[in-house]
Design a protein around this ligand. Structure first.
Ligand code: F0G
Length: 466
């Protein structure tokens, strides 16, 4: 059913303006595809008031310390915006005129110590910020509450996205909460059932297209110019603003003692752009005094940013035909590559790639620590090991991994890994045997006490170390 025509309401944030990342054109409103009307590049949301006074007009006269204590105070409040780990930091977000937020109490995600993984990677201090603990199980919720609130405020009836799964799950949930309809375009057969089932349950019109993610996104960009649907991919700069709060909350959780490194998976590159933007803004506002290095890790089979930096010096995108079992980051032409290149350069971060087997190993190691994540998130630990070997992460430096999705997002991967079926019949099969000590396959037994006791005894003899 095509959406019924509604006048283009346009989304206008107060106190902030749209700014083209390439030609620096400023505007107060954006076209439906969120592209610069002059040069067609991506837009970002900027806060001109901050440039004048070093602080938002809403917070003018307020010091960085005041902001920190306001955010802390709000933890005691039961107002919906304060219960959100995103809107709690609203001084650094575009202002919603009516203050009505579409929220599921996103953010407020835990920062876990990872002593076992630290030992494995060879760093003294490693923690993981688990964005998979968000309401729909991924980091997407932090951006979605902002983009959905502005879409709702502007009166949009339909919101839409192309997705490798998590964006669609998140968008469908926020659409439902905000009383909007949602349209999801996903690559057929290339997203996990868990993510697909979320979109269905939250009431999205879900189209499985016979293409890849890049094909879905291309089609969406055309669709929003033809139909009154509002696009909520990370091209939408409101998404980036919400995802910024991950970094603010992280700094707060670390009592504003910065880590030396933050490591994030890279797919469409919205999240790395958002974290980098937050770090730069926090530094400009005096909330932090220096920048942690932000590094991006990709799967070898979806390594557009790695190639763009190595082969084109970050000047032009080198797209790839993406292939990886980490379906969340199976993306060949990342939309936000330019933004990501800039934040990597600004923070002095690295960009690395890891193999399918390195990713599977890291995922099992994170799981064995009682944390668990989806495959795409595990590239962070696999990448860290490489960055330590290369000497980029130095002895004594502290590291935070951003785990982007919940373990339950892709149970097939986990079960196949433990059963020993992962990559069966592929060139990776032989290398997987080296990981047999990490596998914990389910054991089928007759339902007798003896059988269970014998299994327990055997398992006790082969107890894993650590
Ligand atoms: N990790 C997970 C679990 C993801 O779902 C994604 C992206 C990424 C990492 C990469 O983040 O795109 O900001 O660089 N998932 C998108 C989606 C593309 O449609 O769910 P990115």
């Amino acid at each position: 059913m095509p959406p019924s025509a509604i006048p283009e309401p346009g989304v206008r944030p107060s106190d902030s303006r749209f700014h083209c990342i390439d030609c620096s054109h400023w505007s107060d409103s954006a076209s439906p595809d969120y592209r610069c009307p002059r040069c067609g590049d991506l837009l970002e949301i900027s806060y001109p008031e901050w440039n004048k006074s070093g602080m938002s007009s809403r917070a003018s006269g307020v010091s960085a310390n005041d902001l920190k204590s306001t955010w802390k105070q709000r933890r005691l409040s039961s107002a919906p915006a304060d219960l959100s780990g995103v809107w709690r930091f609203r001084e650094l977000l575009p202002a919603l005129n009516d203050g009505q937020v579409v929220t599921l109490r996103e953010g407020n995600t835990p920062l876990y110590e990872m002593p076992q993984c630290a030992r494995i990677a060879g760093v003294p201090h490693l923690s993981a910020k688990h964005q998979g603990m968000n309401p729909t199980g991924s980091f997407k919720d932090a951006g979605m509450t902002v983009a959905a609130s502005f879409a709702h405020h502007a009166g949009y009836r339909w919101i839409a996205c192309a997705s490798t799964g998590n964006t669609s799950a998140s968008m469908a949930a926020y659409a439902a909460r905000g009383g909007m309809r949602s349209l999801v375009l996903v690559p057929e057969g290339k997203i996990s059932w868990s993510k697909l089932s979320q979109a269905l349950d939250y009431g999205a019109v879900t189209c499985q297209l016979r293409t890849d993610f890049d094909g879905c996104l291309r089609l969406l960009q055309e669709l929003v110019l033809r139909a009154p649907v509002h696009q909520l991919n990370s091209i939408n700069p409101f998404r980036i603003e919400g995802q910024k709060t991950l970094a603010i909350e992280l700094m707060e959780q670390m009592d504003w003692q910065l880590p030396d490194h933050i490591i994030v998976p890279g797919g469409n590159l919205g999240n790395s752009s958002a974290i980098g933007k937050a770090l730069l803004e926090m530094r400009d506002l005096g909330l932090i005094s220096r920048l942690p290095k932000l590094s991006v890790i990709q799967a070898e089979g979806a390594n557009a940013l790695v190639r763009t930096l190595r082969e084109a010096g970050g000047k032009r995108l080198i797209g790839v035909n993406a292939e990886t079992r980490a379906t969340a980051i199976r993306i060949g032409n990342p939309a936000s590559w330019k933004k990501a290149v800039r934040v990597l350069e600004a923070t002095g971060g690295a960009c690395e790639q890891v193999s399918e087997v390195e990713m599977a190993q890291a995922k099992a190691e994170i799981g064995a620590e009682g944390i668990g994540c989806e495959p795409a998130s595990a590239v962070t630990l696999a990448g860290l090991k490489k960055l330590v070997k290369q000497g980029f992460v130095k002895a004594g430096e502290s590291v935070v991994l951003i785990l982007t999705g919940n373990l339950l997002k892709d149970p097939d991967f986990t079960i196949e890994f433990h059963r020993g079926d992962l990559f069966a019949g592929t060139p990776h099969e032989s290398t997987m045997t080296a990981l047999s000590t990490l596998r914990r396959p389910p054991i089928v037994l007759d339902a007798t006490l003896d059988e269970v006791l014998r299994t327990l005894e055997q398992a006790d003899k082969t107890a894993p170390s650590g």
